[in-house]
Design a protein around this ligand. Structure first.
Ligand SMILES: [Mg+2]
Length: 224
């Protein structure tokens, strides 16, 4: 394996990168709609209200209360969403391959500490990474440099030009990492890059393709 300036370090976003957060919300919305005997179109409304997870939870539950007259406590929503999270089996396997090849692997995720850790434990991903940084406990969220520094330091490493950040958010993941001097893989999720140049170093259609890019470009483990 080729590394420049020390151990190769790969930092990953969690939601809609290592785990299918959008799928988890849709499963939750389908269950909620069925429980309330709502029309099928309401699942789409709930997805729009969720804003891909970026709508503040208090605002989301207020919108649900206003539309359906159903009070969903934020903590219950968070717990139920965790129950809906699934992980593609390729993810832990590819993380293990990276680490077996000498990489350090970290997660840098924005969100509430308890909920993000609950997702990691439910999927078992906590056993397949060297370190985790959650914005709530770091005290800053991506794209803030402190998140990337925290992820590296918790691996016993520092950020270098050979550190890779993989994520789906153009601003928080790619923009933040580029500002920190890192190399980037962007999961496009069907979107075009419309956030100026230079764009990400690599664009991937799914997490498996993102792992392929990391391995190919950084000279890491070969793909099976
Ligand atoms: Mg994400």
């Amino acid at each position: 394996m080729r590394t420049i300036g020390g151990v190769a370090l790969a930092i990953f976003d969690l939601d809609n990168t290592l785990i299918d957060r959008a799928g988890a919300f849709r499963r939750w919305a389908e269950g909620f709609a069925a429980g309330c005997e709502l029309g099928a179109g309401e699942v789409d409304w709930l997805e729009r209200a969720d804003g891909d997870g970026y709508t503040p939870r208090e605002r989301l539950v207020a919108a649900i209360l206003e539309r359906y007259g159903v009070r969903v406590p934020v903590e219950r929503l968070r717990a139920e969403l965790v129950e809906c999270v699934e992980v593609d089996p390729v993810v832990p396997r590819r993380l293990d391959e990276l680490r077996a090849a000498g990489w350090k692997v970290a997660v840098a995720t924005n969100g509430a500490t308890a909920q993000q850790w609950a997702k990691l434990r439910r999927t078992g991903l906590d056993a397949h990474v060297d370190a985790v940084a959650v914005s709530e406990e770091v005290g800053a969220g991506k794209p803030d440099l402190r998140m990337f520094v925290a992820a590296a330091e918790r691996c016993g490493e520092r950020l270098t030009a050979e550190t890779w950040m993989t994520g789906d958010c153009p601003v928080r993941d790619v923009g933040g990492a580029r500002s920190a001097g890192l190399r980037t893989v962007w999961l496009h999720r069907g979107r075009r890059w419309e956030h100026g140049e230079p764009g990400p170093d690599e664009v991937a259609g799914d997490i498996a393709a993102a792992f392929d890019s990391l391995c190919r470009l950084a000279g890491g483990v070969s793909t099976p």
